[in-house]
Design a protein around this ligand. Structure first.
Ligand code: CDP
Ligand code: MG
Length: 163
């Protein structure tokens, strides 16, 4: 009797965990300094929210040189690296965790909403097509995989700051 209720208890926990992980996922995103300076925070958040995705964490902060270099470490040594660090530290950014439910992973959903890296090549109506100035100042960052999403959200937020 006790053994069977313990079994039922663990089955219930594992079923709940499976359902949660299948239905919700999250990604990291950051509005870049130029878009903040040009007062596009509201419009960018509106586009994300009206797509059905949710804001799960939000913070305005200014990156130090060291933080920007660590965040973009994978691009160190590339021709655009120094300009990227200069622009990313030129003013405050808005960091956020974006959560979604549904079959398609939130990482990919947000990447589709923001558009291609180069705003000139970004699909019409994407955030980068609308608010990006050039390839470096392309309005917004969004994680490119589940692994980078996890690392990048931990870079900016403590667990109790993500809702
Ligand atoms: O941001 P995304 O994942 O689309 O592109 P990335 O290849 O990971 O590059 C990171 C950031 O570096 C871009 O968002 C651009 O701001 C910048 N970049 C650049 O300035 N020039 C390039 N040729 C490529 C990237
Ligand atoms: Mg990237």
């Amino acid at each position: 009797m006790i053994r069977s209720s313990i079994f039922t208890f663990f089955m219930a926990i594992s079923a709940t965990t499976t359902v949660l992980s299948a239905e919700t996922s999250s990604t990291f995103s950051m509005i870049k300094p130029r878009a903040v300076q040009e007062q596009h925070i509201g419009e960018i958040l509106a586009r994300i929210e009206s797509s059905g995705l949710k804001v799960a964490a939000l913070k305005m902060t200014r990156l130090s040189q060291e933080q920007a270099k660590t965040f973009y470490k994978e691009h160190e040594g590339k021709p655009f690296f120094n300009a990227l660090i200069e622009k990313m530290t030129s003013g405050p950014v808005v960091a956020m965790v974006i959560a979604g439910s549904g079959e398609e992973a939130t990482v990919m959903r947000l990447r589709a909403i923001i558009g291609a890296t180069n705003p000139e090549k970004a699909e019409p109506n994407t955030i980068r097509a609308l608010f990006g100035k050039n390839v470096t100042e392309n309005a917004i960052h969004a994680s490119d995989s589940e692994e980078s999403a996890k690392r990048e959200m931990q870079f900016f937020f403590k667990p109790d700051e993500i809702f």
